[in-house]
Design a protein around this ligand. Structure first.
Ligand code: BGC
Length: 354
């Protein structure tokens, strides 16, 4: 896969300035904005070769105020260098995009400009960049509106980044669930894929199964056999009583505390679950990306270290790149108040060589 370290910084600056100028146009004109230009051309990459280069990743930027007001950003472009220097090769950029669309489903130019800035900075730091459409709330309750908006999103994003190097990957939709039952999702995903393929015929696209893309949901998953530029994603939060103890957004576990993790049985379950994912991957000839895993901050730090390390090593042992959930906000790997890593989490994810 192409490395991006030779990108011309001046050209990137020019591109960003041009994009900031476009930010002044109305949403109605936004669709006419030409594709962003990159110095490194797109080259078709085999999805197995792509995943082999992704290694260790981090979910970033999900609910950052930067999307509302660039001057209020917590995550700064310089954090991509911190990630790279700490041993990460990939970022999954979590895009809650639908609230930034107008009535005609056109993306807000200012939001796109922020994305340009972040994407170019990540590319410049040699990272694989996943653009993850993450509007789970609406998609979980309204499949038709979700499909319309997802198609509009990928039309605009596909056009804008059609010239991006192959290290930029599109993730069709985070954690389909609820209204997106397995049959609904399996029928919908080829339509959204066709939208992406109109502008990006061979860029690798990440897609996960319904049922929150949980690692145990692959049996329900159907992909178009004629598209071989797909990477399959799964998420792993088992057991949720440990990983989501005290998490206010999960009713069943919000009242829990003091749940530990790390018995031989706990570890054996991870191995068994990941063996099953590997078996599915081999049988269907689709590479795997573990797009989310982690344990919420309320768990004790020793159990969280054990868990994060065990899951990351289980993925690596089977050739799956991974992305930890997440850099900032909750489950944090990086403390914005001290502007430094949460050392135990970093240590578990990227063990020092020695
Ligand atoms: C959801 C987040 C949640 C995380 C862990 C993500 O996919 O979008 O809201 O915090 O999973 O539960």
């Amino acid at each position: 896969m192409q490395k991006l370290s030779n990108l011309n910084r001046a050209a990137i600056r020019k591109t960003i300035i041009a994009t900031l100028l476009f930010a002044a146009v109305s949403p109605a004109q936004a669709a006419d904005v030409p594709p962003l230009k990159f110095d490194t051309a797109f080259e078709t990459v085999d999805p197995y070769a792509q995943t082999a280069a992704m290694h260790r990743g981090m979910n970033v930027l999900g609910w950052d105020p930067v999307w509302q007001d660039p001057s209020q950003g917590r995550f700064q472009p310089r954090h991509f260098a911190r990630l790279h220097d700490a041993g990460f090769d990939t970022v999954r950029v979590v895009l809650n995009a639908f609230p930034h669309m107008d009535d005609a489903d056109r993306m807000d130019p200012a939001w796109l400009s922020t994305l340009d800035t972040m994407l170019t900075a990540a590319v410049q730091n040699g990272l694989t960049v996943i653009l993850d459409l993450h509007d789970v709330r609406l998609c979980g309750v309204d499949a038709e509106t979700c499909k319309r908006k997802a198609n509009a999103f990928w039309t605009q994003i596909g056009t804008r980044y059609r010239d991006a190097p192959s290290s930029v990957i599109f993730e069709m939709m985070n954690e389909p669930h609820g209204a997106l039952t397995a049959p609904v999702w399996n029928a919908m995903l080829p339509e959204i894929l066709a939208t992406i393929r109109a502008t990006n015929p061979t860029r690798n696209v990440i897609i996960g199964p319904a049922g929150w893309s949980s690692a145990d949901q692959l049996a329900t998953f159907e992909l178009p056999a004629d598209d071989q530029h797909i990477i399959v994603t799964v998420h792993y939060y088992w057991p949720i009583t440990f990983t989501h103890q005290g998490a206010h957004w999960v009713t069943e576990t919000s009242g829990l505390s003091g749940v530990t993790w790390g018995t031989p049985t706990d570890r054996a379950k991870v191995a068994t679950d990941f063996d099953a994912v590997k078996a599915w991957s081999d049988a269907h000839h689709r590479p795997i990306f573990l797009g989310e895993f982690g344990a919420y901050d309320r768990g004790d730090i020793v159990s969280r270290m054990r868990y994060d390390g065990t899951v990351a090593r289980a993925a690596e042992a089977r050739g799956f790149p991974w992305a930890y959930w997440q850099f900032d906000s909750d489950f944090i790997a990086y403390d914005m108040t001290t502007d430094d890593w949460v050392q135990p989490i970093l240590y578990a994810l990227v063990p020092p060589r020695g």
